[in-house]
Design a protein around this ligand. Structure first.
Ligand SMILES: *Cc1c(COP(=O)(O)O)cnc(C)c1O
Length: 257
């Protein structure tokens, strides 16, 4: 008897990870890069800790959060599993203290006020922190990230802040289903990194390029990505806050909430 197999949530997530891993592997081989040179970061915004745990137990070791609030909530729930946590969202200066409590890298440093606030707090705590500089390579207004034309000035200002270990660069890139249209964003980030190293504005080991998502990871790998960030292609479509609230209300049987 052939019964249509339905995967459990756990099997589905593991299957999705294998698919993404396979694509990354193929892309690395085609680009002549070693698969170890590219890490997969799981973008886990709105994903429940027990679901994230499935992915970590399947061997994934790098997760990224967008909101300090979620970071804090999940930290407790995930304290028994080993993983590296990066902050990948827009970081408000008044949330710096909490963000650095949970993150080992802040990928979204995009302005001097934020860098200075981080530095001040890290000095106080006598610690250092890995950071990436987020660049708005698509030049879309309203998007976080420093404009490519301003990045070297920003780096000059950040350079003296010795608590910040600049490890490389991050970009979100153009939102377009056509990966070829996104490619110039990835090229720009790579060129920015190479130029920054050449000018001595960042250390020679500031090689990280966090770029590429599920739709364009092959292109990103061709352009030199070292970290790919994937969320919904692994965990499924995100439940919005409104949906979440409704489902919660329904689960509580509170129809008028
Ligand atoms: C959510 C997010 C991703 C992943 O996006 P998906 O569409 O869920 O794959 C990557 N980078 C950042 C900064 C994100 O916030």
């Amino acid at each position: 008897m052939h019964k249509q197999s339905t995967l459990s949530r756990e099997e589905q997530i593991i299957h999705n990870i294998q698919t993404i891993r396979g694509r990354m592997q193929d892309a690395c081989l085609r680009a002549g890069r070693h698969p170890d040179q590219v890490r997969l970061l799981l973008a886990v915004k709105t994903v429940a800790p027990e679901i994230i745990k499935i992915a970590i137990e399947a061997g994934e070791k790098l997760i990224g959060e967008n909101k300090v609030q979620e970071f804090a909530e999940k930290y407790e729930a995930l304290k028994n599993v080993v993983c590296e946590r990066h902050f990948i969202g827009h970081l408000q200066t008044n949330k710096v203290k909490e963000a650095i409590r949970y993150a080992s890298c802040i990928q979204s440093v995009d302005r001097i006020a934020l860098a200075e606030k981080l530095h001040k707090r890290l000095l106080f705590e006598q610690r250092q922190m890995d950071v990436l500089i987020e660049v708005n390579t698509s030049l879309e207004p309203g998007k976080s990230g420093i404009a490519p034309g301003e990045v070297f000035d920003l780096l000059k200002s950040i350079k003296p802040l010795e608590t910040l270990r600049i490890k490389g660069f991050m970009t979100i890139g153009l939102f377009d289903a056509d990966a070829e249209k996104v490619r110039p964003c990835f090229t720009k980030l790579r060129e920015t990194r190479d130029e920054a190293i050449l000018r001595g504005l960042v250390p020679d080991d500031a090689q990280e390029l966090s770029m590429g998502m599920s739709g364009d990871l092959e292109t990103a790998i061709e352009e030199g990505a070292t970290i790919i960030r994937v969320g919904s292609a692994i965990f499924g479509k995100r439940v919005t806050a409104t949906d979440h609230h409704r489902q919660y209300a329904e689960a509580q049987g509170a129809a008028q909430l």
